[in-house]
Every structure is written in C-alpha cells, then in structure tokens.
Design a protein around this ligand. Structure first.
Ligand code: JHZ
Ligand code: ZN
Length: 414
C-alpha cells in the first residue's frame, strides 16, 4: 500500500477536539470512489486508502479516521449534478424556496461553495440573481463557466472569502450543498462564511443526515470524500463556536435523506426545528456508541445477503448490469467484492464516467443506450437514492420483464 503524504490520520474530533474517538466500522482499504479509470490505467496498481469511521461520544460527531488530501480527490472530478434529472429539479426548487423565504431582491449576490457544474446557480440566475461559483475541480468549473456560470477554480477558505469580499462585496446568500461533509477545516470555512455573508444574509447547507444513514443502513455513503456524517447535535456545537445561529433545519429526501440548514450571523438562540431533531436523534440512539456497533453488524449481514442473492441469480444463468455509476455504488461493489463475474457493465448518464472503468472492480461504464440494447435480466440499482425516479423512467424495461435489485437496507427485487 502506498500513500505517503496524501493521507493523514485524525487524532481529534473535527468539531469539539475530543481525542478519544471510537472506531465502529471499517470497510477495508479502498480506491477513491470517484476515481474512474481509463483503459490504459487498468494494468496499474490503484492506490487504496483505509476507510474507517469513528464516533465522538463527547459531541456526537461521526467522522472518518483518515483524511485524504482534497487535491487528490477533487482536482478532476467526474460527478456532475446536472447528469441526474431529479437533482436538477431538486436544486431548482431549492433556489425558489430560498428566494421566496428570504424575499431576495433581484441582483442579490448568491455564492455557491462546491458549485459543481453550476446547476444550482443557473436556477438562481433564472430568478434574476447575480451568481458566483467556487469549485475545486477544474474540468467541472470549466463546464460551468462555458454555461455562463462564473466560477472560480479553487477551495473555499477564509482567505478566499476575504478576497471575494474585496472584489464583489458581501453575499446575500451563500450555499453549500453536498460539500460541507467534504471539508476538513470547518472552523476556517465558517470564519470565511461569516466574513463574506451580509449581516442580513443567509447561509444554506444541505448535507446527508446521519439519522437516515443509520436507519436505512446507507453504509455505501461512507467514502473518503465524506469526512463527516452530520447529526444536528454536533452542528449546534459547531455553529455556536463560530458565532452563528441555526434558524431552521428541515429533513429532505435528497441524497438518500439529508437536512437543509438555514444559518444566520448572530448568537445562538433556540429554534423549534432544531429542538425537535435533537430529540429525534436522542430517541434514535444517536448519542450511544451501541447504535453504531449495531449498524456495523447489520452492514456485514447485508453484504452476505446481497452476495448470496446475486450468486443464486447468476447460477440460474441471469444477466445483471449495474444501474448508475454513483460513487456510493463503487463503495458497495468494492466492499462486497462484486466484479465483472456478476455485473456485465454499469450504465450511467455522466459523460465523464462513460468509456471508463469503475475503481477497484474495473467494471466498464457505458451510456444508457447500451442498457436498452442489451436489456439484462436484472439491474442492480447502485443509485438507490433515485429508486422512484428510475423505476418510473424504466417502465418499459420492467414491462418487458426486466427487474431491479435495490441493495439496501435489505437487498430486494422490485
Ligand atoms: P448520485 C454524489 O454521490 C456526489 P453519488 C457527492 N460525493 C455527494 O456528496 C453525494 O452525491 C451526496 C447516474 N444516473 O447522485 C448519475 C443515471 O445514470 O446518487 C450519477 O452518476 N441515470 C458530491 O455519486 C449517478 O447515477 C439516472 O436516471 O453517490 C447518481 O449519483 C439517474 C437519476 C442518475 O451520487
Ligand atoms: Zn466531538
């Protein structure tokens, strides 16, 4: 195994600094979930990094034991928000909600951290807002710029926030959707947000919710990019330390179950939606290490059940393809050891993934047209967060006898 300086072990909780972290699950050593390979890379030994997750009993934070250098994970990034129709709809609705809820006047400045291909900012542009994206992945930022979404190609830091403020003044809205969990130095990020945000501005975060991950056994959302697995409890500590206040937090269904958090610049006050979720988290056992040990045990059972289902289908001569080359799908495939002896290929709508091979298991990724041509007996739904949308979209495949297998929480043939 070779990784040198590209990975560091965490010795203290990211939120509260506690040093005694309890490791409750290890998924082994894995390649990066978004590191799709070109054909000529197949013979080369892939770099694998340990993937283990810990619980801080002092503040309730769940986090990875190791941090891989972000330049390695994000400099070039294949994931495009706009490649999933349901995600486009979701972010259009988010822009509309924010605009209405906070009475945004036209020309308000919206800054999106981790702006990807500009899908969310395009929705704000349609509402006549001014926009600026911050995106580390140069291939993705280039795409956003070519679509008319001005994007700077860099990390979001306190230092960058000061530069952006000097250039364009405060932002009325700062958004960070599916990127907050990817950031190691959260206090530096929040110092920057606090500086860059207008006094009456709003900071909007969307992040996968730990309650959903635990309840629905979404273990495949654990990968190197996701450094943190947030519940509301540690977020309250985090924002109090940064002198910011959560005014509202709501559960949403996006990404397998997330929370949408509205934060303002002011000292912390109590909010009914925060109190309600803190209570829910306590009821669900999120403050107890036993819950996480149980989760780890169930993960092992699901692997066994899924493998025996897939092997029995193959033994009957069935053909199986993967549906959606999601990052989480690669975690599932690597953890379970599912390769080309089971899946003929994976189909995906993202141009950056097509023609490549999945990390670790080296399964070829094809465009959707291949799926319709070959019509496999079964499709393993790796993008299970879009189950409803995909089942509806693939009505014809299903009417012709094709069946979907949803892998978690318990493998199920639909
Ligand atoms: P999807 C992403 O993870 C990326 P991933 C990121 N790491 C993150 O934080 C989480 O989201 C929350 C394809 N697809 O969204 C498109 C089809 O082929 O579940 C995508 O490649 N056909 C930042 O990668 C993949 O599936 C379809 O009809 O786990 C879905 O990836 C649809 C709807 C999608 O996220
Ligand atoms: Zn802690």
């Amino acid at each position: 195994m070779k990784y040198g300086d590209s990975i560091v072990r965490i010795f203290a909780c990211r939120v509260c600094g506690e040093r005694a972290l309890h490791k409750f699950l290890s998924l082994g050593s894995m390649p990066l979930a978004n590191c799709f390979l070109r054909e000529e890379q197949l013979g080369i030994d892939e770099t694998r990094y340990p993937l283990a997750v810990c619980f801080c009993s002092a503040c309730g934070m769940v986090q990875l034991e190791h941090v891989v250098a972000p330049e390695i994970m994000f400099k070039e990034y294949p994931y495009l928000t706009g490649a999933s129709e349901p995600a486009k709809l979701h972010f259009t609705q988010l822009a509309e909600e924010v605009s209405k809820k906070f009475n945004l006047s036209p020309e308000s400045l919206v800054i999106d951290i981790g702006s990807n291909d500009g899908t969310l900012l395009q929705a704000f542009q349609r509402l006549n807002m001014r926009s600026l994206g911050v995106e580390l992945a140069s291939n993705v930022a280039e795409l956003a710029n070519s679509r008319g979404v001005e994007t700077v190609t860099t990390f979001f830091t306190n230092k960058l926030a000061r530069e952006l403020f000097a250039e364009g003044g405060p932002a009325k809205v700062i958004t960070a959707t599916n990127v907050f969990a990817h950031m190691h130095d959260l206090s530096d990020v929040l110092r920057g947000v606090n500086y860059l945000l207008a006094d009456d501005g709003i900071f909007v975060i969307e992040v996968p919710y730990l309650v959903d991950m635990i309840e629905k056994l979404e273990f495949d959302t654990i990968y190197h990019e996701h450094l943190s697995y947030f519940a509301v409890r540690p977020l309250v500590t985090l924002f109090a330390r940064s002198k910011m206040n959560i005014i509202e937090v709501n559960r949403i269904s996006h990404a397998g179950g997330s929370i949408r958090i509205y934060v303002e610049k002011s000292a912390q006050r109590s909010s009914p939606s925060v109190t309600a979720l803190l209570q829910l988290e306590a009821e669900k056992g999120l403050n107890s290490i036993e819950t996480y040990y149980r989760f780890a045990q169930e993960v092992g059972h699901t692997r066994e059940t899924l493998l025996s289902l897939l092997h029995s289908l193959k033994a009957k001569g069935a053909s199986i393809a993967g549906y959606g080359a999601a990052a989480k799908g690669n975690v599932l495939l690597n953890y379970c050891g599912i390769g080309t002896e089971i899946l003929d290929y994976i189909i995906d709508t993202t141009p950056f993934k097509q023609g490549r091979y999945s990390p670790g298991m080296h399964i070829p990724v094809f465009p959707e047209s291949h799926f319709y041509k070959s019509s496999p007996n079964y499709a393993l739904l790796l993008a299970w967060n879009y189950t409803d949308a995909i089942l509806a979209k693939e009505k014809r495949y299903r009417q012709a006898g094709g069946k979907f297998i949803v892998p978690i929480p318990k493998p199920q043939i639909m």
